[in-house]
Design a protein around this ligand. Structure first.
Ligand code: FES
Length: 160
């Protein structure tokens, strides 16, 4: 169920659009609900968002399954989104992926046993000039190499 706090947050987004177009807040609403649910959304939550914004559930499903920032399975506390698109591929994103998979003992779409990390393969993050790149939360980590990755994982563990 969408909490009162989440509803208030969604309402702030709804107010940005003309009254008859409140469904324009669907992306923000999905993000708010996902954040409140630990990083993923269920069908029931998408249905609730649809009802709250007076739109057909199928339209919410379309948005939630089109954009890669919405998760439909549980994720780790830290979601590591590794770009494997062309520029990153040419700058050894495979090495980044191999290192992360070996260190964390998980593959793409999986969560570490302690629930701390999950790994996701993503398309271009728009930071090609500093490839290879990984996004964690709102932060980009660029020109990655094994040392930088190890340092980052240690920092994220300490933060938790
Ligand atoms: S290809 Fe990786 S950031 Fe653009």
């Amino acid at each position: 169920m969408i909490s009162e706090a989440a509803r208030a947050d969604i309402d702030r987004w709804v107010e940005k659009y003309p009254e008859e177009q409140k469904q324009s807040a669907v992306m923000a609403a999905l993000r708010i609900v996902q954040d409140e649910n630990g990083g993923s959304i269920t069908t029931e939550m998408m249905d609730e968002v649809a009802a709250y914004l007076d739109m057909p559930p199928i339209n919410v499903y379309e948005v939630a399954t089109f954009y890669s920032m919405y998760e439909h399975k549980p994720v780790g506390k830290h979601k590591l989104c590794v770009c494997t698109n062309i520029s990153c591929m040419l700058r050894n994103s495979k090495g980044v992926v191999d290192h992360l998979q070996e260190k964390l003992d998980i593959g793409f779409g999986e969560v570490t046993e302690d629930g701390m990390f999950s790994l996701k393969e993503v398309e271009c993050l728009g930071a090609c000039v500093n490839a290879p790149v990984m996004q964690v939360g709102e932060h980009y980590h660029e020109q990655l190499n094994p040392e930088k990755i190890d340092r980052l994982l240690d920092e994220l563990r300490q933060e938790s």
